[in-house]
Design a protein around this ligand. Structure first.
Ligand code: HEM
Length: 321
């Protein structure tokens, strides 16, 4: 395999000295000590340059067979190879090592490979572990913050539902069957399926209600009420329960509202809304949907102010026809 090496150089004298030198550096040997290097420079230079570590093994084989002869011209090569005989085992492993590093590992370097692979394994592992740990740690911390804070009053599934929004209000009612029949709120993962949302008739969407309330001429407070707010006693409120042609009134935070016009618009259904008819709805309201802005929806339905029973005489004539 080495034509340059095979070229015999007229340097019989040097070999002994070179025997040791090759051991030091295989690539260098011929050039270093030669006086005649000037003559032989061409060839020796060619030798080292053309003799990489890969070529060594082939010489070893030859030398093994020819070790007995210390021929001068070839001695250099043979001597080198002889000396390299010992090293070869090492250089071989080194070369294999190098190869294994460069190439997808052959079987022999397995020792080196596993070591390398093992050495390579750890680096990826730590980064993986780190992000995972960070995720695990950060995820739970993010989870609670992900949802907007809400009052803890609600124990029903409605607490799991997302807060109302314009988009949510525009959504079509999810289910038709179990809307308002069951009152007991059960813990359910799916808010939509278990929701008590009622199926609103066409024309009774939140937007429709907003359009309706935007017009003050609609008299959402009631037909026979004065334009000004009235004082409402508990007995008056109780009488306005939505039955027998009476409007349904309810009180909330000391104010009385006529909820009759809102009944077909109430997402929870008429029945749910009527649970507060003739009495205060604050508790029910907060239990179910504390995030709902009552006044924003029923502002135009404000009848008056809830007063004590003693104040009835003053306002009754004004309030009631
Ligand atoms: C006795 C009083 C009331 C009861 C028992 C009641 C009950 C309900 C129920 C069961 C729902 C369905 C909740 C769900 O889908 O999970 C609901 C939704 C709703 N109610 Fe009421 N409600 C009452 C009063 C009111 C009032 C006075 C208003 C308006 C001022 C109102 C506005 C709404 C709104 C906007 C929704 C939809 C909430 C959402 O989609 O997130 N409710 N209500």
């Amino acid at each position: 395999p080495e034509p340059p090496a095979s070229k015999p150089l007229p340097k019989p004298v040097k070999p002994p000295a070179t025997e040791e030198t090759p051991v030091k550096g295989e690539a260098k040997p011929p050039n270093d000590e030669d006086d005649a290097a000037s003559d032989t420079q061409t060839t020796p230079k060619a030798v080292p340059s053309s003799a990489p570590a890969v070529e060594v093994p082939s010489f070893r084989l030859d030398d093994n067979a020819d070790q007995s002869r210390p021929s001068v011209p070839q001695i250099q090569t043979s001597a080198q190879t002889q000396t390299t005989m010992k090293p070869p085992s090492q250089p071989l492993s080194q070369t294999k090592m190098a190869d294994s590093t460069l190439m997808p590992p052959p079987p022999p370097p397995q020792q080196s490979n596993p070591a390398k692979s093992s050495s390579l394994m750890p680096p990826p592992a730590p980064p993986r572990l780190r992000p995972i740990a960070s995720q695990t740690t950060s995820a739970p911390s993010l989870a609670p913050g992900r949802y907007p804070p809400r009052p803890n009053n609600t124990t029903s599934s409605s607490s799991l539902r997302p807060p109302p929004s314009a988009a949510a209000s525009l959504r079509a009612p999810p289910s038709s069957g179990l809307s308002s029949s069951t009152l007991a709120p059960t813990k359910v993962t799916k808010p939509s399926s278990s929701s008590k949302r009622a199926v609103l008739e066409p024309g009774y969407s939140p937007l429709d209600w907003a359009a309706l309330t935007s017009n003050p001429n609609n008299k959402l407070r009631g037909e026979n009420l004065p334009p000004t707010l009235i004082r409402v006693t508990p007995s008056m409120l109780k009488a306005q329960n939505g039955r027998k042609g009476m409007d349904a009134w309810t009180s909330y935070q000391g104010k009385v509202y006529n909820i009759t016009p809102y009944l077909p618009f109430h997402p929870g259904g008429r029945g749910e809304l009527l649970r507060g008819a003739g009495k205060d709805s604050g508790k029910l309201f907060f239990e179910i949907h504390p995030w709902v802005n009552w006044d924003a929806i029923l502002g135009e339905c404000l009848v008056g102010i809830l007063v004590s029973e003693n104040d009835e005489s003053d306002n009754k004539l004004d309030a009631m026809d």
